[in-house]
Design a protein around this ligand. Structure first.
Ligand SMILES: [Zn+2]
Length: 100
């Protein structure tokens, strides 16, 4: 992750990521607050990952159990296991930062 103000590069920590779900962070070098951009490719990748890694297993569970509650539970569990870590990696390594 790179600060848009001073160009300081630093690694995003899990604690930082969980505290700022909207992708707004403070630079540890200069203290400036910045945000991560929502590019089309980022949004498309997250939606695709959610569809493949969470929605498909949830539909399989719905097909076999016929209980919508199990579908929702599977969707949430698969999202937490697969999509949230992917989003963390994208935030740390791929998304560009911008001044607020
Ligand atoms: Zn900075």
């Amino acid at each position: 992750m790179k600060c848009p103000s001073c160009n300081h590069e630093f690694k995003l920590k899990v604690r930082q990521y969980l505290r700022e779900p909207r992708g707004r962070h403070n630079c540890p070098a200069c203290g400036v607050r910045f945000k991560l951009k929502h590019s089309f490719s980022y949004i498309a990748l997250v939606i695709t990952a959610e569809a493949i890694l969470a929605a498909v297993p949830a539909f399989v569970v719905l097909h076999f159990t016929q209980h919508f509650l199990y579908y929702v539970i599977t969707l949430i569990i698969c999202s937490v296991i697969f999509v949230v870590p992917l989003d963390f990696l994208l935030d740390d390594r791929w998304r560009k930062s911008a001044k607020i």
